[in-house]
Ligand binder design. Sequence first.
Ligand code: C5P
Length: 333
Amino acid sequence: MTAPDPFRSLSPIVRLAPAKLNLTLAVLGRRPDGYHDLHSVMVPLVLADRLSVAIAAAADDSLHVTGADVGPAADNLVLRAIAAARTAVGRGWAGAAAAGPAGAAPALAVRLEKEIPVAAGLAGGSSDAAAAVDAALEAWGTDLDPERRLAVAASVGSDVPFFLAGGPALVEGRGERVTALPPLRGESPGLLLVTPRISLPTAAVFAAYAGSGGSARLASEHLAQEWRAGLDAGRLVLRAGVLGAANDLIPATAAVAPDARRVRRALARLLGRPAGQSGSGPTAWVLYPSLADARDAADRVRAAITGGELDVPGEASPFILATTFAAPITATA
Ligand code: C5P
């Protein structure tokens, strides 16, 4: 039997890279390495970037991005993730036998269609990186065992390991301890996302975190416990008030970007529902019983902006979307 020749697999490998939402985010403390220990219940969303990866007849990996300005390709997590995966694979790829003594896995050409707003607290770049590792391994006709895959993901960024779970998960440590949670029961909740176009680097928010002992821990532990026991989507929506406040980074985000808090509060007033913050922000989220309800809310927000009733500051118009949790999250009981 001959090994498959990866140079022949010319059709690109396509992956969806979902956004994530932090339903809770407790900061437990600062670690000696400068990162923070977290306790966070996270879910992947239907909102997703699209990544396609193909073996390239070139010396170096390349990245072509459409849909958003993500800065220089060389700084992109996608290329860093592919480089880390190549190192981890070493000579263990399908065509290695024919590649000669120094043969690393071949260069890849990557196309990335951005749908997820950048630097928004939705981990779009981290999800792209996780999808790139998966697609690269398939393009190279190889795989990594779960521990090595996790090590590659964690080396690229704290939010990357979550995306290996493929569904809702409890995320702990710096982000590298990921425990999959079972699917939610019932109809997937609707979710309104509003992202003001305010630049908000995660590192700046963590740097502003005063470490005053956050209050989100109990709510986060309680949610994880309920979810493990089998949580109904309707009950999750009823918890929106508690969850909306269960993010220890909210004060730090407000210190770096006061407008992020103003927008979240104005949304809650306009819609008469609690509004949370995903990750380090500035994305605000509002939970609804159904996608149809979230769509109505998105229309209401757009109309309020047009009518001057709601002011969302930023370099451009805000990103407004009604979406829902990614499909594997829901199942009927
Ligand atoms: O790991 P990543 O590069 O995505 O993290 C970006 C920044 O966010 C880090 O430099 C660090 O300042 C902060 N961070 C943290 N604790 C975490 C995750 C991120 O302090 N658990």
